[in-house]
Design a protein around this ligand. Sequence first.
Ligand SMILES: Nc1ncnc2c1ncn2[C@@H]1O[C@H](COP(=O)(O)OP(=O)(O)OP(=O)(O)O)[C@@H](O)[C@H]1O
Ligand SMILES: [Mg+2]
Length: 465
Amino acid sequence: MENILIVDDEKGILDLLTVVFQKQGFKVFTAMNAEKAFTLINEEDIDLVLTDIKLPQKSGMDILTYTVKTKPNLPVVLMTAYGTINQAVKALKAGATDYIVKPFDIEELQIIVKKGLERRSLQAENIRLKKELYKKNEFENIVGKSKKIQDVFDLSKKIADTDSTVLISGESGTGKEMVARAIHYLSRRRDKPFVSLNCGALPENLLESELFGHVKGAFTGAVINKKGMFEVADKGSLMLDEIGEMSPLTQVKVLRALQEKSIRKVGGTQEIPVDVRIISVTNQNLKEMIKDGSFREDLFYRLNVISLKIPPLRERTEDIPLLVNHFLKKYCLKMDRKMKRITPEIMKIFEAYFWPGNIRELENMIERIVAIEERETITRDCLPHELLGMQSDPDKAHEISPGFDLNKTLDEISRQYVKEALDRAKNNLKQTSDILGINYRSLRYLIDKFDLKLRSEKSRQQGTR
Ligand SMILES: Nc1ncnc2c1ncn2[C@@H]1O[C@H](COP(=O)(O)OP(=O)(O)OP(=O)(O)O)[C@@H](O)[C@H]1O
Ligand SMILES: [Mg+2]
């Protein structure tokens, strides 16, 4: 059943039209003035507004303006007396769906209303199709078929259209920002801004003024009123990158903004309501930071309603060939080179590498190779030495450089040994565990952890065929 709102200050007309449209199967709401109409438009699920232009106090034009602003897809049909046709023309320009001149023929009115509703459902269909298209496009450029990354995509799609805060965590270069953007463009906020702010790049006072804005004279250098990112992102999404770097004082202010759904500019007193969806991003372990007191627990729970963990590239080896080819295509196209070929042997080297810088490292490497290598087939000589294994520079093996991470390094070493042993044992797991001197269960655990499982089972199947 469709809902129609009829607004007229003449009771006789309201009663007549109510009977007419109820007979046609509509649920009819009526109002005799604009204020009542505003309330009904807000509170009821109205499908079409039919309003007289001339009303006491606020007019039908005010209802139109209000509707265009608050419910842009709600059709408004105006009824006008013969003398005010000029106004009807203005109304069409202002976004009215149609108008009808009084006195009118009931059948004519019914046709106009029907057309208005059809247009609305056409629009709704358009919006739906556009949304589908967005969905397709947004994830089209994100490559990955491994179960681990597909799970991330699935969850992202599911939660995109909610307003819940999202916390995206993962090592650097894993695609956190890409996923944040995809979520925004899949949400109903897609036509509004997506704003990203790096909380680690600015000192505390500057970060606050970036987040909340400032009023003129708030501090030296504040020569104009400035909008903060919360305001810029209003009705859209705000991505807070490196949220773990935010100082405790700023954390309090962000928490407050989230709780109150409003902000106060630096140096200002006025509360400004804001409607933003927060997507925070971190490569740190915030739970650990809560333990040592550098991150607020209450803020963490506000930010972490939905948690997305992007797995490092070494845990989704399956995706490496896809990504290599994706970036080869991208950079060959960009640099106007003929598409380069990669042999299975070289691809194996890519798959075996540990990728501490994840996809960003892979992308940069491919860009460099495409820029430097002239031949069409990529050979060993043009691979950077870090790819060719640790043995290429044994002296450096025990060097501790900035950003060193013992667990990561040990993982890297284990992974290479497990892989080597699997190859030698032709993926026979019993033999592999013997070679490594570990038990079967530990081996299964490591294979899972390093995402070696699928590939080994696949190649075993192929091998026995
Ligand atoms: N699954 C993917 N498919 C294609 N490209 C990807 C994918 N994931 C990441 N990228 C690309 O890798 C690069 C790094 O991604 P992004 O900036 O989203 O990572 P990040 O996790 O935010 O990194 P950082 O922690 O360094 O800020 C970008 O150029 C991005 O386009
Ligand atoms: Mg990033």
